[in-house]
Structure formats: C-alpha cells, structure tokens
Write a protein that binds this ligand. Structure first.
Ligand code: PNS
Length: 179
C-alpha cells in the first residue's frame, strides 16, 4: 500500500548509471504474505531484487520441492507492484555465493521481531566478514509480523485455514497437497 514516502527512497535504485540490486535469500517453503511485503519494500528501494530460494541438495525434506517453491513465488508476485523488478532463482550453498553469482550490491532481510534481529545480526556480521557483503534489514509490516512458513505448513498439515497468511495460489497448492 503506498505510504506517500516512496519518493524519498528512489535515489537508492541507481549508482551512477547502474541499477542497484539486492538478494533476498530464504527457504520460501512456502512464500507467505510477510515475504511478499519485504519483496515489495525491497523492489521500491532497489532497481532489482533477486529472490533466492536457498537449499541444501544433501538434505532432503521440506514441504514443497524447489521448482514448486519458485513456481509459487512467481505466481504470487505475478504482475503485482514489483513486476519487472524481480527475478527468482534456486541456489545451493552459501547466501554470499548466491550474492556474488548474481552480482548484487546488498543482501536484504525482513525483521519481524527482536528474535529475528538476534539471528540476522549474527548472520549479517558473518556474511560481511567472509565476503564483504552488507545486509540491509527491512521491518516487516506489523500486520504481517506474526506470519511464518513453519506455522503455515503446520496449519495446512492439520487441516486449518492458512489463507490469512499466504497468497491465494499458495492456499490452493496447500489445499491440493493435503486434501
Ligand atoms: O527462510 P529461512 O529458512 O529463514 O532462510 C534462512 C536462510 C536460507 C536465508 C539462511 O539459512 C541462509 O542464508 N542459508 C544459506 C547458508 C549460509 O549462507 N550460511 C551462512 C550463514 S552466516
């Protein structure tokens, strides 16, 4: 939802003639409304956001396969407010390696609460120490700050209704999976 403050952030989108890019890494199993809020904020700040589905090929598990997570992310973002300003890809290994491979300027992370901050701050310092890549935190909208993929999975698995937490295409995919 426009806040009227969008103009103030426009200069971050360019460095000289170059578009600034950010990497938004996560498991996205599945994408939820809190993620979408962060992607929309990041796409207003940066010229391009790479939504990176990070996975460990040696570890099986997760609810949705990687291809389906990507499909759901694309379906959820569709031609919404970040259309043309994002891409989605799968990466294994370190977030900083995905950042280098995609040539981004920053990593972005959403913060829901103090618990997130504790963990993200440690990761941000580590990622800067090992690769010189800075992390920018974006505050999740208060009305989305309680949403988590883990609870989405749990609610769907036990027959609850996750539709207040996820976009419609994810609700449909969960329904199909657990019906
Ligand atoms: O959606 P999630 O599960 O909270 O995302 C966590 C994720 C994937 C962003 C984080 O675990 C991560 O960056 N993993 C990649 C491995 C890595 O870079 N480890 C070093 C962290 S300092």
């Amino acid at each position: 939802m426009p806040t009227g403050h969008e103009r103030a952030v426009v200069p971050l989108q360019m460095e000289g003639t170059r578009i600034m890019k950010a990497l938004y890494p996560g498991s996205f199993d599945p994408i939820h409304l809190g993620h979408i809020d962060v992607i929309e904020q990041a796409s207003r700040l940066f010229g391009h956001v790479v939504v990176a589905v990070l996975h460990n090929p040696e570890k099986q598990g997760g609810l949705f396969g990687i291809d389906q997570r990507i499909h759901l992310i694309n379906g959820a973002l569709g031609d919404g407010p970040c259309a043309g300003k994002y891409s989605v890809g799968a990466f294994s290994g370190l977030a900083v390696d995905a950042a280098k491979a995609t040539g981004v300027d920053f990593i972005v992370k959403g913060l829901r609460n103090a618990g997130d901050f504790e963990m993200e701050q440690q990761m941000a310092h580590t990622n800067f120490a090992i690769a010189g890549i800075r992390t920018i935190y974006l505050p999740c909208s208060p009305e989305r700050s309680w949403v988590s993929s883990r609870f989405v999975r749990e609610i769907a698995r036990y027959g609850g209704d996750p539709s207040s937490m996820v976009p419609a295409n994810v609700t449909a995919a969960l329904k199909e999976m657990f019906s």
